[in-house]
Design a protein around this ligand. Sequence first.
Ligand code: GAF
Length: 504
Amino acid sequence: MTPADRAAERFREVHGHVPVGVWSAPGRVNLIGEHTDYNDGFVLPFALPHRVAVAASPRTDGRIAAITVGDDGIPQRAEPVPVAALTPGRVTGWSAYVYGVAWSLRDAGFPVSANLLITGDIPTGAGLSSSHALQCAVALALLGLSDITPIPDPLPTASPLPLPAPALSPHGTPLASTAPGTGTGAPPSPPAPSPPSTATTTTPGGTTPGGTTPGGTTPGGTTPGGTTPGGTTPGGTTPGGTTPGGTTPGGAALAAAAAGGGGVTARFGGGGEGGGGRPSLEQVARWVQRSENDFVGAPTGLLDQTASLRCVAGHALFLDVRSGAAEHIPFDAPVLVIDTRVRHSLADSAYGDRRQGCERAAALLGVGSLREVGTGVDLGGLPEDLRPLVRHVVTENERVLATVAALRAGTDIGPLLAASHASLRDDYRVSCRELDIAVEAAVGAGALGARMTGGGFGGSAIAVVPPAVDDAVRDAVRAAFADRSLTAPRLFAAAPSPGAGRDR
Ligand code: GAF
C-alpha cells in the first residue's frame, strides 16, 4: 500500500469520512552541491521514491489538527490549535513542522483550518529530507483544500542557466571578469538555447529568510509519518578542460554545463507568483523554508524543499539557488543509498555554525554570498578557521557545474563525487566516521563514486554502483560496518522519482 493509500484509509478510520484529498511529497538525495544552497550556489538533487502523504479535509472551527501514523500503526495526535494563535515557539516537536507550514501560509493569506493525517515511508533522521517532504506535502494539502495547485515548472524550454560571478582580489575587491560569462548579472531572460553570455545576475539571493534562527526541534525521533522523519580538496576537482584560468567560477564549466541541452529548463523570476495569483512551486518552497527557519528554528537553505517540490522522474534538478532557475537533467545511473543509521539533526548547532561561518567569510570578503567568490581568490586574509569553509563552497559549486557537464557528455562523474566527499570531510568537516567508512567501502568494492549526501553529521551516503558490482558493494559496506561493530546500515537503490503533487 502506498503512503497515499494508507493516509486515505487511516483518515477515514479516524474521522469517519473520506478526506477531500491526499497530497504527497518525496524525500531526496543530493547528487552533488552540498552546503552550497545557503551560499546562493548550485545544487543537483533528485527525488526518492519514498514519500510522506497527507490526507486532508477542511475544518470550520478555525483550528488546525494533525495526526501522524508511524510504522507501528498507532496514531499520534497533535493538539488542535487555533490558526490565528499560531506563532513561533507555540508548538514544538514534530507538530511544529506541520503547524509551521500552516503559520507561513496563513501569513501569506491562505485559509488553513484543516484536519490532516500524515504517514510516509521516508527514513527519518537519515539525511534524506523526510522533514522537508512532510512540510511540502502539508503545504500542497493546505493549498489544495483551497483549490490552489501551484504552477509546475514549464516543460520543456531548453535554455542555459546563468553562472557567473565576479572573481575577487585577495582583499575581496571584485576584479574585472576574465572569462566570458562572468559578471554580476541577472538571470538572462527566458529561452535562449545558447551558451551564457555576460548576462548579469542580480537576482537577489535565494532569499533565505531568517537564516540563522537558532534553537528549535528536529524531526528525528518523533517521526511524523512513518518509518522515520524525522583541506584540502584541491583543484583537481574540476574535470578536464572545463574550467579556464581559475579566476572565475566556472565560466567554461558553466558554458559546458549550460550549453549542452537535452534537459528541461524552468525559469522563474525571484519571486514566483504565477498568472492568476497561483503560486509557483518556487514560491511554495520559500513559504516552506520560512516555516522551517522561523517557526521550527532550523536555519536551512532551499535545497530540500525545492527538490521535493520541483524534481521530476528520471531527472536530477540542476538548481541555481540565487536566481531560482532550474533545469531538469536526465539521470539514470544506478544509485545506492547507504543510511548509516547515525541520526543527524539540522537544528543542532553544527549546521548553523557552518552557515554563520560562511556568512562571516562573505562579509569579510566584501561579497553578498560565497557564490560570488572565484576559485583563484587568495583566502590568506581570512581567519584561518574560515578559509576551508570558503574553499569547500567555491570548489563545490565548480563540481556541480562539472557534474552537469559530465552528465550531458556521458562521462564519469565518479571523481567529482569523490572530490566532493573529501572536501566535505576535510574542509567543511561535516562528515563522520560511518559516512567515511561507507564511502571508502563502496568505492573499494567497485562503486564508480560515492559521497555523503545532505547536511552530514550522520545520515546517508550515496554511491553510483554498476549492476555488475551491486552485490559486492552491498556486501563490502555491510562487512565494513560489521567489522567495526557498527549498527548495520540500511541499503536501498534509488531512481529519480516524481516530485510532490496530489494523489487523489
Ligand atoms: C540540509 C539542509 F536542509 C539543506 O538546506 C542543505 O544546506 C543541506 O543540508 C546541505 O547541502 O539538507
